[in-house]
Design a protein around this ligand. Structure first.
Ligand code: CTP
Ligand code: CA
Length: 227
């Protein structure tokens, strides 16, 4: 046990966490982004440090104070996040993709600021970004534990849990952390509730609690999956 009696059940383990939300620039001053603050990712980093891990965070546009004891790599776009994650993933025992990665980016980034006098652009052409988590699954080494996040609002295609189960079928991570997001839920708030879905399909409800406590719940599961 470490300081304050913390379990050191991640001692000697290397943990890589992506956090925050990517920005896809349209011109030098404008971007397509999302509401992810990085709070859950940073809470995971704090929890992993407390449990004795060697922690690297790939932080996409996170405006929070650094996590003591973790090394932080700052990135902006999905492409930059992808490069940073793939650089570090081969050495990691656990990779947690908590970042909200943009699915699309503008097909072209303007060199100069778009001026209104030229008239409104008719539409913004988008192109697909690579799916970093899908690539990690393809390249994973034996014994590596992969954790994904699923932010869902529910919709015409199903409820939150139903959509999350479909996501797990497409991207069979060891653990999928399912968050209901929307007004006042999930992003930019201090507390979070979640459902933890494992590969066998078992769902564990985690009631509303601080993001730090939820982080520890997630690692309780992860530790059990490490060899
Ligand atoms: N993810 C990723 N690379 C992307 C998009 C998502 O690595 N280009 C990761 C996220 O970090 C998260 C998981 O995939 O851990 C699920 O992200 P989410 O946006 O919920 O699911 P998608 O597969 O992108 O599907 P959709 O947005 O259509 O729900
Ligand atoms: Ca997505």
């Amino acid at each position: 046990r470490g300081a304050g009696g913390a379990r050191l059940d991640l001692a000697g383990r290397r943990v890589l966490i992506s956090a925050g939300g990517t920005r896809e620039y349209l011109d030098p001053v404008r971007f397509l982004g999302n509401a992810s603050s990085g709070r859950q990712g940073y809470a995971l980093a704090r929890a992993a440090v407390a449990r004795g891990a060697e922690v690297t965070v790939v932080a996409a546009n996170v405006a929070l104070s650094d996590v003591a004891g973790a090394s932080i790599l700052r990135v902006g776009s999905a492409e930059q996040l992808r490069t940073a994650v793939h650089e570090r993933a081969p050495g990691a025992d656990v990779v947690i993709m908590a970042a909200a990665v943009a699915d699309f980016r503008p097909a072209a980034e303007h060199q100069y600021k778009i001026k209104k006098d030229a008239g409104a652009p008719e539409s913004i052409e988008l192109t697909r970004n690579p799916d970093v988590l899908a690539e990690l699954l393809r390249d994973r080494r034996p014994g590596q534990v992969l954790v994904g996040f699923a932010a869902e609002t529910g919709g015409p295609d199903g409820g939150v849990l139903e959509l999350a189960r479909a996501k797990l079928a497409r991207k069979p991570v060891d653990l999928l952390v399912v968050n209901q997001v929307g007004a006042g839920l999930g992003f930019e708030v201090e507390h979070n509730s979640a459902v933890l879905l494992d590969r066998a399909g078992t769902a564990t409800d985690v009631p509303l609690m601080s993001k730090d406590l939820l982080a520890h719940r997630i690692f309780d599961h992860v530790v059990g999956m490490l060899g």
